[in-house]
Design a protein around this ligand. Structure first.
Ligand code: UDP
Length: 317
């Protein structure tokens, strides 16, 4: 199997590359490194089944030889990142998806798009099932990510229906683990970084907003099962254990200890459309893929903390 992973130097993309290489695939990683990093893939550089090409996938993608799978994971993906790169986010979700689908079509390869729970917006159906169409503000700050991913799903279905392409759509819910950036602005790395540095832990609003956090190894397993399945309709992959952001802050503080305390800060202006609740209904993944998350939050938080701690120690030395 020869598999192209766009965004392969990012948090999720690099874990996907690891997984595929373990399965015996040849991996071709495309990344323009605006939010990804070669630090995430440097351990693969000596592997003769791995190739990295620094490339912006919104431009034509040329790959020599046969390709069996194209996995489109390129995109800024944390709110802070897509607010910093709004145009690139819209372009990679639209033009980039088109180019990645074009590559898959030219190679008669299977295509998988990394979609997101953000396509449900601030949901009015809870937990979110795949047949819910969502509640998205197209012109809000988050619209750049949400609408790009909604367009990407529409484009993927069009290639499936019109060109008969083998396509898969995974809707990824909040995921965490090693190789997240401490400065990506997401709640978990932010809280862990703050606690490790002995700073205040900044909970936005009253902290009652909820999320459901999936450990990256579980997520990658679910994505691989979807890739090799026959399912062409979207599938939610995420951990259905829901908790408030205040609870996340408390668990981080308990785990790390130290002199940090939790403070409530007003929701930043560009977080106006911050979803108030989020939890995947994973019935479809359970039934079709026989998948459900296995890693407990205690295990996952510990592994993630160790990664951040050693990163900070390296920085300091
Ligand atoms: N959040 C917070 N403090 C921070 C960063 C985020 O309270 O320093 C909140 C944010 O408002 C949101 C939740 O944590 O309600 C999850 O945010 P994250 O950026 O991790 O993910 P997403 O909003 O994409 O689910």
């Amino acid at each position: 199997m020869r598999t192209v992973v766009t965004g392969g130097a990012g948090f999720l993309g690099s874990h996907i590359c690891d997984y595929l290489l373990d399965k015996g695939h040849e991996g071709i990683c495309l990344d323009n490194l605006i939010t990804g990093s070669t630090d995430n893939i440097c351990h693969l550089m000596g592997n003769d089944r791995f190739m990295f090409l620094k490339h912006d996938v919104t431009n034509y993608n040329f790959i020599d030889g046969d390709v069996d799978n194209v996995l489109h994971f390129a995109s800024p993906a944390s709110p802070v990142d897509y607010l910093n790169y709004p145009i690139q986010t819209l372009k990679v979700g639209s033009l980039g998806t088109h180019k990645a689908l074009g590559l898959a079509k030219a190679k008669t390869a299977r295509f998988l798009i990394a979609s997101t729970s953000e396509i449900y917006g601030d949901p009015q159906v809870h937990p979110q099932t795949e047949d819910y169409w969502g509640n998205v503000n197209p012109i809000g700050y988050r619209g750049v990510y949400d609408e790009a991913k909604r367009f990407a799903e529409a484009m993927t279905m069009a290639y499936h229906r019109y060109h008969g392409g083998e396509t898969r759509i995974v809707r990824i819910f909040n995921t965490y683990g090693p190789r997240m950036r401490l400065d990506d602005g997401r709640a978990l790395p932010t809280f862990m970084g703050q606690a490790l540095r002995g700073e205040q832990i900044t909970v936005f609003g009253d902290g009652s907003q909820t999320r459901s956090f999936c450990y990256v190894a579980d997520l990658v397993e679910g994505i691989y099962r979807l890739l090799v399945s026959d399912e062409t309709m979207p599938v939610n992959i995420g951990n259905p254990e829901e908790l408030s952001i205040m609870q996340v802050a408390n668990e981080v503080l308990e785990l790390i200890g130290g002199r940090s305390r939790i403070v409530r800060t007003p929701l930043p202006n560009d977080y106006a459309d911050d979803p108030k609740v989020r939890r995947p209904d994973i019935t479809r993944a359970r039934n079709i893929l026989g998948w459900e998350p296995k890693v407990t939050r205690a295990e996952g938080f510990k592994a993630t903390l160790e990664y951040f701690r050693s990163g900070l120690e390296e920085q300091a030395s």
